[in-house]
Ligand binder design. Structure first.
Ligand code: FES
Ligand code: MG
Length: 601
């Protein structure tokens, strides 16, 4: 297949058009029987035979919005503008639903459904007469699920973010999605507010359609989709209700038709350079600890080498530029007004941190797209030389507790640094007594149990919360200290676990530990009362026990049949658990990574 020479424009005429796969369904004279069958049912919603057999690109709109997914529901409206753009550019739109994933509504975890939505979308993109697809993204897992499927199938694809909600306000102060929950639950535990006020404050953070308005996993993943070149420039940050959101939906619809003619595919965009840009931009925006899981999964599905260590190697020394909760102060509206992702990219370009020639969906390099973006305003977007936090990327830790776990350094508070990391003899390291919880239910039942004797010299552990243990991986590692400690002003203890934590959390947890306890990783042999030592400079995390004791405990675990997880509640949980990999490598459905370029199969 040749690329259309009129790059960026609709083809001049039928003579220059490439053959589209949808015509194998709708216009195949070698197989009239099947062609007629494929075609007749699509005529009955008003499409004409001439339209279906004209060779116009058929563009799928992967609709992630529905009543169960309020964060993405706005896409039901936006899809009208997408259709108009597709039609305007000479394509035919066909909208279809994806498996719903609502981060705040799905039991036991929304993450369990990322691979299910991925799987469903791969099958739709492969099995139906589609030449390209608009991916409607928003709530946390919807973005990676859609991007991963497009990567596997490798059809021309473009991301349309739904955009964040408007800012939340309560008593004259900004209330940010998720972040306000973590803050207010401390106040609830300390007795400063009651149940009613707690509910009211949290509700105030969700004032309109859209996804989380903090730099949680949703804003992160949509920002990173743009960083990868997978959406039109400026797309990620536009708040959902703004008129620009409808306008970019229209432009996105127009552009996908051109991409089909140009045969501009995910594999042309998702290159190693694009992933390196993505890691750098994630540090600068203060992105979620869920990003490495989803981005590493995406890299595997498109066939690009990317490791968990790359996140520290490429991203750790990048400064935090975006002053947005949970690492900073503002919310989505201010970030958009300050220039969004392009403004961040432009500032990083000035310091040679961006591969400017990485191709994006509009056919131009990211450098070209962002060179005229606004300069830092030093309030919402800070300058590279005077950032909010230096060296703001992730640290990767390893030792006898796990082969890898990450820590988001941009959210380590001064209180935490002073208490745990500032002993001049032992800078950036701490030792403590382990208190181990078997999942979130156990944590909630026992955290205030006085017999545990939890004080500021303890390290809280939670296990059984990885992709296999608590299927999908629970966002629970940011554990709150016992109420008695909070009343003494100790707002955070070091927390470590094989689960994840919400991107809206400002907790300096060590998380995403791989292998998880349920895969018999080091966390599985940890006991309450063990001494542990964490050294951020050396990147180490160890139980302070002898080699013999370590071996003995692992042998005992093996003899007992390994670490136990709760029974499966649904058939998908069984399939998921038996196919999922660990978080360090993306928690992919392992067998799926063997399938690439599926559309051409
Ligand atoms: Fe859907 Fe945060 S809960 S975006
Ligand atoms: Mg979340």
């Amino acid at each position: 297949m040749t690329k259309n020479p009129t790059n960026g424009h609709a083809p001049a005429g039928n003579g220059t058009r490439r053959h589209l796969r949808s015509q194998d369904w709708f216009n195949n004279p070698h197989n009239p029987g099947m062609t007629a069958l494929y075609m007749e049912r699509y005529l009955n919603f008003g499409l004409t035979r001439a339209e279906l057999q004209s060779g116009k690109p058929i563009i799928g709109i992967a609709q992630t919005g529905n009543d169960l997914s309020p964060c993405n529901r706005h896409h039901i409206e936006l899809a009208h503008r997408v259709r108009e753009g597709i039609r305007e550019a000479g394509g035919i739109a066909m909208e279809f639903p994806t498996h719903p994933i609502q981060e705040t509504g799905k039991r036991p975890t929304a993450a369990l459904d990322r691979n299910l939505a991925y799987l469903g979308l791969v099958e739709v993109l492969y099995g139906y007469p589609l030449d390209g697809v608009v991916l409607t993204t928003g709530c946390d897992k919807t973005t990676p699920a859609c991007m991963m499927a497009a990567a596997t199938v490798n059809l021309p694809a473009i991301v349309l973010s739904g955009g964040p909600m408007l800012n939340g306000w309560h008593n004259g102060e900004r209330t940010g999605s998720g972040t306000i929950v973590w803050k207010s639950r401390e106040r609830l535990a300390a007795g400063e507010i009651d149940y009613e006020e707690f509910m009211e404050i949290v509700a105030s953070s969700a004032p309109s359609v859209g996804h989380c308005n903090t730099m949680g996993t949703a804003s992160t993943m949509n920002g990173l989709a743009e960083a990868l070149g997978f959406s039109l420039p400026g797309c990620a940050a536009i708040p959902a209700p703004y008129r620009e959101r409808g306008q970019i939906a229209y432009e996105t619809g127009k552009r996908i038709v051109e991409m089909v003619w140009e045969d501009l595919k995910p594999s042309d965009i998702l290159t190693r350079k694009a992933f390196e840009n993505c890691i750098v931009i994630n540090s600068a925006i203060g992105g979620s600890t869920n990003a490495p899981i989803h981005i590493n999964a995406l890299a595997r599905h498109i066939g690009v080498e990317l490791s968990i260590d790359d996140w520290q190697k490429i991203g750790h020394d990048v400064p935090l530029l975006v002053n947005m909760q949970p690492a900073g102060f503002y919310l989505g509206e201010e970030f958009h007004r300050a220039g969004g992702v392009p403004a961040v990219v432009r500032e990083l370009m000035k310091h040679k941190r961006i591969h400017e020639d990485a191709v994006t969906v509009n056919g131009r390099g990211i450098g070209d797209n962002c060179k005229n973006a606004p300069a830092p305003d030093n309030d919402v977007i800070w300058a590279y030389d005077k950032p909010l936090v230096k060296d703001a990327g992730f640290l990767v830790l390893r030792g006898n507790l796990f082969d890898s776990a990450i820590m988001k350094t941009s959210v380590i508070s001064k209180e935490f640094r002073d208490r745990y990391l500032s002993n001049p003899k032992d800078l950036n390291a701490f030792e403590g007594r382990a208190v181990v919880f078997e999942g979130p239910e156990d944590y909630h039942a026992r955290i205030d149990d006085a017999s545990l004797d939890i004080d500021e010299h303890c390290v809280l552990f939670i296990r059984g919360t990885g992709p296999i243990g608590y299927p999908g991986g629970a966002e629970v590692v940011n554990m709150q200290p016992p109420a008695a400690l909070i009343k003494r002003g100790i707002l955070s203890l070091p927390c470590i676990g094989d689960g994840r934590q919400s991107g809206t959390s400002g907790s300096p947890s060590i998380l995403n530990a791989s292998p998880e306890a349920a895969a018999n990783g080091g966390l599985a042999i940890l006991r309450t009362g063990d001494k542990v030592r964490i050294d951020l400079n050396k990147g180490s995390a160890n139980i302070l026990i002898s080699e013999e004791e370590l071996k003995k405990r692992h042998a005992e675990l093996k003899a007992a049949g390994g670490f136990k997880h709760p029974p499966n509640q649904t058939p998908w949980q069984e399939i998921y658990r038996s196919t999922v990999g660990q978080q360090s490598t993306g928690a992919c459905m392992e067998l799926a990574t063997r399938y690439q370029n599926v559309a051409s199969a």
